[in-house]
Design a protein around this ligand. Sequence first.
Ligand SMILES: [Mg+2]
Length: 382
Amino acid sequence: MSESDPATFPLERETVPPFDHVDLVTVRLPFLKPFAISTAVWTCKEALLLRLSSGSTVAWGECVADPDPFYASETTVSAAHIIRDFLLPLVEPGITLSELDSRFRHVRGHQMAKATVENAVVDLIARTKDVPLHELLGAPRKKVPSGLSIGLQDSPSALVEEVAEAVGRGYHRIKVKVKKGKDIDYVSAVRDRFPDIPLMADANGDYSLGDAEHLARLDAFSLMMIEQPLSYSDIYEHSILQKSLATPLCLDESIHGLADLVAAIDLGACRILNLKQGRVGGLLESLRLVRHAAARGVPVWSGGMDETGIGRAVNIHLQTVEGITLPGDTSETSHYFEKDLVEPAVVLDDEGFIEVPEGPGFGARVQLDRLDDLTLKRERLK
Ligand SMILES: [Mg+2]
Protein backbone atom coordinates (compact mmCIF):
# COMPACT_ATOMS: atom_id res chain seq x y z
CA MET A 1 0.00 0.00 0.00
CA SER A 2 1.23 3.50 -0.80
CA GLU A 3 2.26 6.19 1.66
CA SER A 4 -0.94 8.10 1.03
CA ASP A 5 -3.26 5.10 1.15
CA PRO A 6 -5.92 6.00 3.72
CA ALA A 7 -6.19 2.34 4.65
CA THR A 8 -2.82 2.45 6.38
CA PHE A 9 -1.87 4.18 9.61
CA PRO A 10 1.52 5.89 10.04
CA LEU A 11 2.13 3.47 12.93
CA GLU A 12 2.17 0.56 10.46
CA ARG A 13 5.23 1.98 8.70
CA GLU A 14 7.32 2.28 11.87
CA THR A 15 10.09 -0.31 12.10
CA VAL A 16 11.14 -2.57 14.96
CA PRO A 17 14.32 -1.14 16.54
CA PRO A 18 17.24 -3.37 17.45
CA PHE A 19 17.15 -4.68 21.03
CA ASP A 20 19.68 -6.46 23.26
CA HIS A 21 17.71 -8.10 26.03
CA VAL A 22 14.19 -9.39 26.55
CA ASP A 23 12.76 -10.27 29.96
CA LEU A 24 9.42 -11.49 31.22
CA VAL A 25 8.61 -10.16 34.67
CA THR A 26 5.58 -11.26 36.69
CA VAL A 27 4.49 -8.77 39.35
CA ARG A 28 1.83 -8.84 42.03
CA LEU A 29 0.30 -5.63 43.40
CA PRO A 30 -2.18 -5.93 46.29
CA PHE A 31 -5.49 -4.14 45.69
CA LEU A 32 -6.63 -1.73 48.40
CA LYS A 33 -9.99 -3.52 48.29
CA PRO A 34 -11.11 -6.66 46.47
CA PHE A 35 -12.62 -6.22 43.00
CA ALA A 36 -15.62 -8.46 42.27
CA ILE A 37 -17.37 -9.13 38.95
CA SER A 38 -20.01 -11.74 38.11
CA THR A 39 -17.38 -14.41 37.42
CA ALA A 40 -14.51 -13.71 39.84
CA VAL A 41 -13.14 -11.79 42.82
CA TRP A 42 -9.59 -10.48 42.71
CA THR A 43 -7.64 -9.27 45.75
CA CYS A 44 -4.52 -8.33 43.82
CA LYS A 45 -3.31 -7.48 40.36
CA GLU A 46 -0.96 -10.10 38.99
CA ALA A 47 0.51 -8.91 35.72
CA LEU A 48 2.96 -10.22 33.18
CA LEU A 49 5.33 -7.54 31.89
CA LEU A 50 7.62 -7.72 28.87
CA ARG A 51 10.81 -5.69 29.10
CA LEU A 52 12.81 -4.83 25.97
CA SER A 53 16.13 -3.08 26.30
CA SER A 54 18.35 -1.46 23.74
CA GLY A 55 21.48 -0.04 25.35
CA SER A 56 20.22 2.27 28.07
CA THR A 57 16.74 2.51 26.55
CA VAL A 58 14.18 0.32 28.29
CA ALA A 59 10.66 -0.30 27.00
CA TRP A 60 7.73 -2.18 28.55
CA GLY A 61 4.57 -3.95 27.56
CA GLU A 62 1.95 -5.06 30.08
CA CYS A 63 -0.19 -8.11 29.39
CA VAL A 64 -3.81 -7.60 30.43
CA ALA A 65 -4.42 -11.31 31.09
CA ASP A 66 -5.25 -12.31 34.64
CA PRO A 67 -3.56 -15.28 36.35
CA ASP A 68 -6.89 -17.12 35.93
CA PRO A 69 -9.15 -17.67 32.87
CA PHE A 70 -12.28 -16.13 34.49
CA TYR A 71 -12.51 -12.94 32.39
CA ALA A 72 -10.79 -14.26 29.26
CA SER A 73 -9.29 -17.58 28.22
CA GLU A 74 -5.70 -16.30 28.26
CA THR A 75 -3.71 -16.26 31.50
CA THR A 76 -0.39 -14.78 32.56
CA VAL A 77 1.18 -18.23 32.19
CA SER A 78 -0.36 -18.99 28.78
CA ALA A 79 0.72 -15.55 27.54
CA ALA A 80 4.29 -16.14 28.74
CA HIS A 81 4.34 -19.46 26.85
CA ILE A 82 3.00 -17.93 23.63
CA ILE A 83 5.36 -14.94 23.84
CA ARG A 84 8.44 -17.04 24.59
CA ASP A 85 7.83 -19.87 22.15
CA PHE A 86 5.89 -18.33 19.26
CA LEU A 87 5.75 -14.51 19.14
CA LEU A 88 9.19 -13.33 20.17
CA PRO A 89 10.92 -15.44 17.46
CA LEU A 90 8.85 -13.45 14.90
CA VAL A 91 10.10 -10.06 16.15
CA GLU A 92 12.93 -9.02 13.86
CA PRO A 93 14.61 -5.63 13.97
CA GLY A 94 14.05 -3.67 10.75
CA ILE A 95 10.64 -5.09 9.83
CA THR A 96 7.63 -2.75 9.87
CA LEU A 97 4.82 -3.03 12.39
CA SER A 98 2.61 -3.96 9.45
CA GLU A 99 4.89 -6.93 8.74
CA LEU A 100 5.01 -7.83 12.43
CA ASP A 101 1.20 -7.75 12.48
CA SER A 102 1.09 -10.09 9.46
CA ARG A 103 3.52 -12.50 11.10
CA PHE A 104 1.51 -12.52 14.33
CA ARG A 105 -1.62 -13.53 12.39
CA HIS A 106 -0.02 -16.93 11.82
CA VAL A 107 -0.56 -17.48 15.56
CA ARG A 108 -4.29 -17.95 16.09
CA GLY A 109 -5.92 -16.09 18.96
CA HIS A 110 -3.79 -15.06 21.96
CA GLN A 111 -4.50 -11.38 21.42
CA MET A 112 -3.39 -10.48 24.94
CA ALA A 113 0.02 -12.07 24.38
CA LYS A 114 0.29 -10.33 21.00
CA ALA A 115 -0.64 -6.96 22.47
CA THR A 116 2.05 -7.36 25.15
CA VAL A 117 4.78 -7.76 22.55
CA GLU A 118 3.34 -5.08 20.27
CA ASN A 119 3.04 -2.60 23.14
CA ALA A 120 6.67 -3.16 24.17
CA VAL A 121 7.87 -2.79 20.57
CA VAL A 122 5.81 0.39 20.09
CA ASP A 123 7.13 1.78 23.39
CA LEU A 124 10.69 1.01 22.24
CA ILE A 125 10.04 2.77 18.92
CA ALA A 126 8.70 5.84 20.72
CA ARG A 127 11.58 5.92 23.22
CA THR A 128 14.17 5.42 20.46
CA LYS A 129 12.63 8.35 18.55
CA ASP A 130 12.19 10.31 21.80
CA VAL A 131 8.49 10.94 21.14
CA PRO A 132 5.43 10.31 23.29
CA LEU A 133 3.23 7.35 22.42
CA HIS A 134 0.23 9.49 21.43
CA GLU A 135 2.33 11.03 18.63
CA LEU A 136 2.99 7.59 17.14
CA LEU A 137 -0.76 7.00 17.26
CA GLY A 138 -1.17 10.19 15.23
CA ALA A 139 -3.03 12.02 17.97
CA PRO A 140 -2.30 15.38 19.63
CA ARG A 141 -1.73 15.64 23.35
CA LYS A 142 -4.95 16.30 25.24
CA LYS A 143 -6.50 15.57 28.61
CA VAL A 144 -8.75 12.53 28.68
CA PRO A 145 -11.97 12.06 30.64
CA SER A 146 -12.12 9.67 33.57
CA GLY A 147 -14.42 6.84 34.53
CA LEU A 148 -14.67 4.34 37.32
CA SER A 149 -15.76 0.72 37.30
CA ILE A 150 -17.24 -0.25 40.66
CA GLY A 151 -17.22 -3.95 41.52
CA LEU A 152 -20.12 -5.93 42.94
CA GLN A 153 -21.09 -4.81 46.44
CA ASP A 154 -22.83 -6.56 49.33
CA SER A 155 -25.92 -4.35 49.32
CA PRO A 156 -27.54 -1.55 47.30
CA SER A 157 -26.64 0.93 50.03
CA ALA A 158 -22.97 -0.13 49.92
CA LEU A 159 -23.03 0.46 46.16
CA VAL A 160 -24.63 3.89 46.59
CA GLU A 161 -21.84 4.76 49.03
CA GLU A 162 -19.17 3.75 46.52
CA VAL A 163 -20.89 5.72 43.75
CA ALA A 164 -21.19 8.77 46.03
CA GLU A 165 -17.45 8.66 46.67
CA ALA A 166 -16.73 8.44 42.93
CA VAL A 167 -19.11 11.29 42.11
CA GLY A 168 -17.39 13.35 44.80
CA ARG A 169 -14.01 12.65 43.19
CA GLY A 170 -15.32 14.08 39.90
CA TYR A 171 -15.47 10.97 37.70
CA HIS A 172 -17.22 11.66 34.40
CA ARG A 173 -18.94 8.31 34.17
CA ILE A 174 -19.72 5.54 36.64
CA LYS A 175 -19.96 1.89 35.73
CA VAL A 176 -21.45 -0.59 38.16
CA LYS A 177 -20.95 -4.31 37.91
CA VAL A 178 -24.16 -6.34 38.00
CA LYS A 179 -25.11 -10.01 38.02
CA LYS A 180 -28.27 -12.05 38.53
CA GLY A 181 -29.73 -11.12 41.91
CA LYS A 182 -27.60 -7.99 42.15
CA ASP A 183 -29.02 -5.84 39.41
CA ILE A 184 -32.40 -4.04 39.42
CA ASP A 185 -32.42 -3.07 43.10
CA TYR A 186 -28.79 -2.00 42.98
CA VAL A 187 -29.11 0.16 39.86
CA SER A 188 -32.42 1.56 41.11
CA ALA A 189 -30.83 2.62 44.41
CA VAL A 190 -28.03 4.43 42.57
CA ARG A 191 -30.48 6.17 40.24
CA ASP A 192 -32.70 7.27 43.14
CA ARG A 193 -29.75 9.00 44.74
CA PHE A 194 -28.13 10.26 41.51
CA PRO A 195 -30.85 10.85 38.90
CA ASP A 196 -28.57 12.54 36.36
CA ILE A 197 -25.06 11.03 36.44
CA PRO A 198 -23.79 9.19 33.36
CA LEU A 199 -24.29 5.61 34.55
CA MET A 200 -23.92 2.18 32.98
CA ALA A 201 -23.99 -1.47 34.03
CA ASP A 202 -21.63 -4.33 33.14
CA ALA A 203 -22.69 -7.97 33.60
CA ASN A 204 -19.58 -9.76 32.27
CA GLY A 205 -21.79 -12.29 30.54
CA ASP A 206 -23.91 -13.42 33.49
CA TYR A 207 -27.29 -13.56 31.72
CA SER A 208 -28.88 -15.60 28.97
CA LEU A 209 -31.45 -14.73 26.32
CA GLY A 210 -34.14 -16.11 28.61
CA ASP A 211 -33.47 -13.13 30.88
CA ALA A 212 -34.51 -10.62 28.19
CA GLU A 213 -37.65 -9.49 30.02
CA HIS A 214 -35.77 -9.11 33.26
CA LEU A 215 -33.00 -7.10 31.58
CA ALA A 216 -35.62 -4.84 29.95
CA ARG A 217 -36.45 -3.61 33.46
CA LEU A 218 -33.10 -1.79 33.35
CA ASP A 219 -34.57 0.45 30.62
CA ALA A 220 -36.27 2.42 33.39
CA PHE A 221 -32.95 3.83 34.65
CA SER A 222 -31.67 5.78 31.63
CA LEU A 223 -28.40 3.88 31.51
CA MET A 224 -25.86 4.92 28.89
CA MET A 225 -25.51 1.25 28.00
CA ILE A 226 -25.60 -2.31 29.30
CA GLU A 227 -22.24 -3.98 28.76
CA GLN A 228 -21.85 -7.65 27.81
CA PRO A 229 -25.04 -9.03 29.36
CA LEU A 230 -24.75 -12.36 27.49
CA SER A 231 -21.97 -14.88 27.00
CA TYR A 232 -18.35 -13.82 26.55
CA SER A 233 -18.32 -15.75 23.27
CA ASP A 234 -21.65 -14.57 21.83
CA ILE A 235 -22.48 -11.92 19.26
CA TYR A 236 -25.67 -13.26 17.63
CA GLU A 237 -27.84 -13.53 20.76
CA HIS A 238 -26.87 -10.00 21.75
CA SER A 239 -28.40 -8.87 18.43
CA ILE A 240 -31.67 -10.57 19.38
CA LEU A 241 -31.59 -9.16 22.91
CA GLN A 242 -30.97 -5.63 21.59
CA LYS A 243 -34.33 -5.75 19.77
CA SER A 244 -36.15 -6.03 23.09
CA LEU A 245 -34.17 -3.33 24.88
CA ALA A 246 -34.23 0.45 24.55
CA THR A 247 -30.86 0.73 26.31
CA PRO A 248 -27.91 0.34 23.91
CA LEU A 249 -25.81 -2.79 24.25
CA CYS A 250 -22.04 -2.47 24.52
CA LEU A 251 -19.76 -5.40 23.80
CA ASP A 252 -16.50 -6.12 25.61
CA GLU A 253 -15.47 -9.78 25.92
CA SER A 254 -16.96 -10.81 22.53
CA ILE A 255 -14.79 -8.47 20.47
CA HIS A 256 -11.28 -9.78 19.75
CA GLY A 257 -10.54 -7.81 16.62
CA LEU A 258 -11.90 -5.93 13.64
CA ALA A 259 -13.77 -8.90 12.13
CA ASP A 260 -15.77 -9.38 15.33
CA LEU A 261 -16.67 -5.69 15.43
CA VAL A 262 -17.76 -5.65 11.77
CA ALA A 263 -20.04 -8.63 12.41
CA ALA A 264 -21.39 -7.25 15.68
CA ILE A 265 -22.28 -3.85 14.23
CA ASP A 266 -23.81 -5.37 11.07
CA LEU A 267 -25.95 -7.68 13.20
CA GLY A 268 -27.07 -4.86 15.47
CA ALA A 269 -25.43 -6.49 18.49
CA CYS A 270 -23.09 -3.65 19.41
CA ARG A 271 -24.23 -0.04 19.56
CA ILE A 272 -21.22 0.98 21.68
CA LEU A 273 -17.75 -0.56 21.85
CA ASN A 274 -15.66 -1.13 24.94
CA LEU A 275 -12.19 -1.15 23.40
CA LYS A 276 -9.48 -2.84 25.41
CA GLN A 277 -6.34 -2.60 23.34
CA GLY A 278 -4.85 -5.55 25.19
CA ARG A 279 -7.90 -7.70 24.34
CA VAL A 280 -7.78 -7.01 20.58
CA GLY A 281 -4.08 -7.61 19.95
CA GLY A 282 -2.68 -4.15 20.53
CA LEU A 283 -2.64 -0.54 19.46
CA LEU A 284 -2.61 -1.02 15.69
CA GLU A 285 -5.71 -3.23 15.71
CA SER A 286 -7.29 -0.72 18.10
CA LEU A 287 -6.84 2.05 15.54
CA ARG A 288 -8.60 -0.15 12.97
CA LEU A 289 -11.51 -0.77 15.34
CA VAL A 290 -11.83 2.90 16.21
CA ARG A 291 -11.87 3.87 12.53
CA HIS A 292 -14.51 1.28 11.66
CA ALA A 293 -16.68 2.23 14.62
CA ALA A 294 -16.46 5.92 13.70
CA ALA A 295 -17.45 5.16 10.10
CA ARG A 296 -20.51 3.29 11.41
CA GLY A 297 -21.41 5.93 14.00
CA VAL A 298 -20.66 3.64 16.94
CA PRO A 299 -19.23 5.40 20.02
CA VAL A 300 -16.07 3.90 21.52
CA TRP A 301 -14.53 4.08 24.98
CA SER A 302 -11.38 2.59 26.43
CA GLY A 303 -11.94 -0.19 28.93
CA GLY A 304 -9.60 -1.09 31.74
CA MET A 305 -8.21 -4.30 33.19
CA ASP A 306 -7.08 -2.78 36.50
CA GLU A 307 -3.68 -2.38 34.89
CA THR A 308 -0.53 -1.33 36.69
CA GLY A 309 0.72 2.14 35.82
CA ILE A 310 2.29 0.80 32.62
CA GLY A 311 -0.92 -0.42 31.01
CA ARG A 312 -2.87 2.45 32.54
CA ALA A 313 -0.57 4.96 30.82
CA VAL A 314 -0.94 3.17 27.48
CA ASN A 315 -4.74 3.38 27.83
CA ILE A 316 -4.48 7.12 28.51
CA HIS A 317 -2.40 7.72 25.38
CA LEU A 318 -4.82 5.64 23.31
CA GLN A 319 -7.71 7.82 24.44
CA THR A 320 -6.20 10.84 22.70
CA VAL A 321 -7.19 9.21 19.40
CA GLU A 322 -10.12 10.78 17.57
CA GLY A 323 -13.06 8.39 17.54
CA ILE A 324 -12.75 7.39 21.19
CA THR A 325 -15.68 9.50 22.17
CA LEU A 326 -16.92 8.42 25.59
CA PRO A 327 -15.29 8.45 29.03
CA GLY A 328 -13.66 5.08 29.68
CA ASP A 329 -12.59 2.97 32.64
CA THR A 330 -9.44 4.96 33.42
CA SER A 331 -9.38 5.91 37.06
CA GLU A 332 -6.97 7.20 39.65
CA THR A 333 -4.12 4.90 40.71
CA SER A 334 -5.09 5.45 44.34
CA HIS A 335 -8.44 3.75 43.77
CA TYR A 336 -6.63 0.44 43.31
CA PHE A 337 -3.11 0.53 44.70
CA GLU A 338 -1.21 1.92 47.62
CA LYS A 339 1.99 1.44 45.69
CA ASP A 340 2.17 1.26 41.88
CA LEU A 341 5.13 0.42 39.67
CA VAL A 342 5.37 3.84 38.07
CA GLU A 343 5.56 7.55 38.74
CA PRO A 344 3.67 9.75 38.40
CA ALA A 345 0.43 8.24 39.67
CA VAL A 346 -2.74 8.86 37.67
CA VAL A 347 -4.78 11.61 39.34
CA LEU A 348 -7.87 13.56 38.34
CA ASP A 349 -7.70 17.31 37.94
CA ASP A 350 -10.35 19.67 39.35
CA GLU A 351 -12.67 18.85 36.47
CA GLY A 352 -12.16 15.09 36.58
CA PHE A 353 -9.77 14.92 33.61
CA ILE A 354 -6.50 12.97 33.36
CA GLU A 355 -3.27 14.38 31.93
CA VAL A 356 -1.32 12.34 29.42
CA PRO A 357 1.98 11.46 31.16
CA GLU A 358 4.91 13.50 29.84
CA GLY A 359 8.01 12.03 28.28
CA PRO A 360 8.91 9.49 25.59
CA GLY A 361 6.97 6.27 25.12
CA PHE A 362 4.07 5.75 27.49
CA GLY A 363 5.62 8.47 29.66
CA ALA A 364 5.24 7.10 33.16
CA ARG A 365 8.55 6.05 34.73
CA VAL A 366 8.97 2.52 36.14
CA GLN A 367 10.40 2.67 39.68
CA LEU A 368 12.99 -0.09 39.84
CA ASP A 369 12.96 -0.44 43.65
CA ARG A 370 9.19 -0.94 43.64
CA LEU A 371 9.41 -3.29 40.69
CA ASP A 372 11.87 -5.43 42.67
CA ASP A 373 9.60 -5.42 45.73
CA LEU A 374 6.59 -6.50 43.69
CA THR A 375 8.28 -9.06 41.40
CA LEU A 376 7.21 -12.71 41.73
CA LYS A 377 9.20 -14.10 38.84
CA ARG A 378 11.69 -13.00 36.22
CA GLU A 379 12.81 -14.87 33.10
CA ARG A 380 15.42 -13.70 30.60
CA LEU A 381 14.39 -14.66 27.07
CA LYS A 382 17.27 -13.00 25.26
MG1 LIG B 1 -16.63 -5.34 30.76
